[in-house]
Design a binder for this molecule. Structure first.
Ligand SMILES: Nc1nc2c(c(=O)[nH]1)N[C@H]1C(S)=C(S)[C@@H](COP(=O)(O)OP(=O)(O)OC[C@H]3O[C@@H](n4cnc5c(N)ncnc54)[C@H](O)[C@@H]3O)O[C@H]1N2
Ligand code: MOO
Length: 411
């Protein structure tokens, strides 16, 4: 029976439909040295202070500031050195009046001391140290918990584990981190015209480029993305590929055959395996030829054969759902106003998506795009970290026009 599904939908409707059919992945524990780039699946409350004790930021002398209150160039004050404390050692003595402890960077401040003076601001022998100026109480002492205070919430569930987050986890004594599992996505490239990368070109044939670009984008987002391979324009073959991929993938992406041609079989194949179609065709350019369906709770995304259209739909429609699957707390991709230094030479009655690179020019945040942009191209996506969205009904855009752009540089 023919399915009744939304057609020619607005982009936001597509995003919402994909989100509402997407589940967050389960959790797993990984060693802290494998945690970089993952999404944290719990809240982290500091179980200890960093640093754990008051310490010296310099090589110098720990003293009682009151002892050197009267020190001056002509009235030096000499203190007796009672101990040396290198980093990694605990002081054994309590500092008394007119005493100093030789201290090295990172070593704990001895009891009784309330300031540290750098070596180079003193004159010293092995037994004594001489001060030529007063020093305020508290000077050059790094307090325990200066970096992180015990009990403080340092990370939230859904946070991306950056290099610094992993450093913080290690600093707090977490050998493992609870993270969301990575989703697995399989990419099926449909089309009789497609050749493997290493094959020789033949008349009418092109190499499969899309799969590799899409795989790269998915990997950038922390997804395990595998290329299934090329499948000819044959419904039974596409259905078989879909069924195979669905066995162990969390989501399947097809490219090609998403339009209205005689050999456009993505829709029929998804229906053929009993998937529920969520939508077909989205009001976006490029990327109109996009469809989505669900089978056994798993998302099937049918992207255009045109590489640029496939990339646009993957970013604008798919990315929020992938962020949700990955466990990110914010699904929405950040959007910022950017300037088009050269404007845009064509009209955009239905709106237009233009990938590019973020640049700064005389205090303006700019979107630098390739002059040549078309649905069938891969090259405009090179280095892309901003996706400009020219609004519906726009005419030719003058140099300096500001438009909204999705910012892809945040994690
Ligand atoms: N009569 C109409 N024709 C087309 C329409 C339309 O509305 N009416 N839409 C056009 C638009 S827009 C797009 S986008 C494409 C979408 O087509 P399909 O998704 O069916 O894709 P194919 O026809 O299979 O391929 C399109 C194009 O891309 C090349 N291709 C395919 N796979 C790959 C790959 N893996 N790597 C690189 N390039 C690939 C393919 O050879 C074609 O040139 O339909 C328009 N037509
Ligand atoms: O449908 Mo095409 O995807 O507009 O570029």
């Amino acid at each position: 029976m023919a399915q009744n599904y939304p057609k020619r939908i607005e982009m936001q409707e597509g995003i919402d439909l994909l989100l509402s059919h997407t589940e967050r992945m389960g959790r797993e524990k990984v060693a802290v040295n494998e945690a970089y780039g993952r999404i944290l699946a719990c809240r982290i409350r500091a179980k200890e202070n960093i640093p754990p004790f008051d310490r010296s930021p310099y090589d110098g002398y720990a003293i009682r500031s009151a002892d050197v209150a009267g020190a001056g160039h002509d009235t030096p004050v000499t203190l007796r050195i009672i101990e040396e404390v290198p980093a990694g050692h605990a002081p054994e003595k309590v500092l008394g009046p007119m005493e100093a402890v030789k201290i090295l960077t990172g070593a704990p401040i001895p009891q009784g001391a309330d300031a540290v003076e750098k070596y180079e601001d003193t004159s010293f022998t092995e037994k004594e140290v001489c001060f030529f100026s007063p020093i305020a109480s508290g000077s050059n002492i790094v307090k325990a918990g200066e970096d992180v205070k015990k009990g403080e919430i340092v990370m939230e569930e859904g946070e991306y584990l950056s290099p610094a987050s992993v450093g913080l986890l290690a600093g707090l004594g977490y050998g493992e981190a609870e993270v969301f599992k990575k989703p697995t996505v399989r990419i099926i490239s449909t089309g009789d015209e497609l050749l493997q990368v290493s094959e020789e070109l033949k008349p009418g044939k092109i190499r499969n480029s899309s799969a590799y670009m899409l795989q790269g984008f998915l990997r950038q987002w922390g997804i395990t993305a595998d290329i299934y391979g090329i499948v000819r324009d044959d419904q039974a073959a596409i259905e078989e590929a879909l069924t195979t991929c669905l066995q162990d993938a969390d989501c399947v992406i097809t490219t090609g055959g998403a339009s209205v041609g005689d050999y456009d079989l993505a829709l029929a194949s998804m229906e053929g395996i009993g998937a529920e179609v969520l939508f077909w065709q989205v009001k976006m350019k490029p990327g109109m030829a996009t469809l989505a369906s669900v089978k056994d709770g798993k998302l099937l995304l049918g992207l255009s054969g045109n590489p640029s259209a496939a990339a646009a739909a993957l970013f604008l429609l798919g990315l929020p759902a992938f962020r949700k699957m990955c466990g990110k707390k914010e699904y929405k991709v950040p959007c910022i106003p950017v300037c088009l230094p050269d404007g845009f030479p064509k009209k955009s009655p239905g709106g237009r998506i233009i990938p590019g690179i973020l640049e700064f020019d005389r205090g303006r945040v700019c979107l630098n795009t390739r002059k040549n942009q078309a649905n069938g191209m891969v090259s405009p996506w090179g280095g892309c970290n901003l996706i400009g969205m020219i609004p519906k009904g726009s005419g030719v855009l003058l140099p300096g026009t500001t438009i909204d752009a999705l910012y892809l540089g945040e994690n």
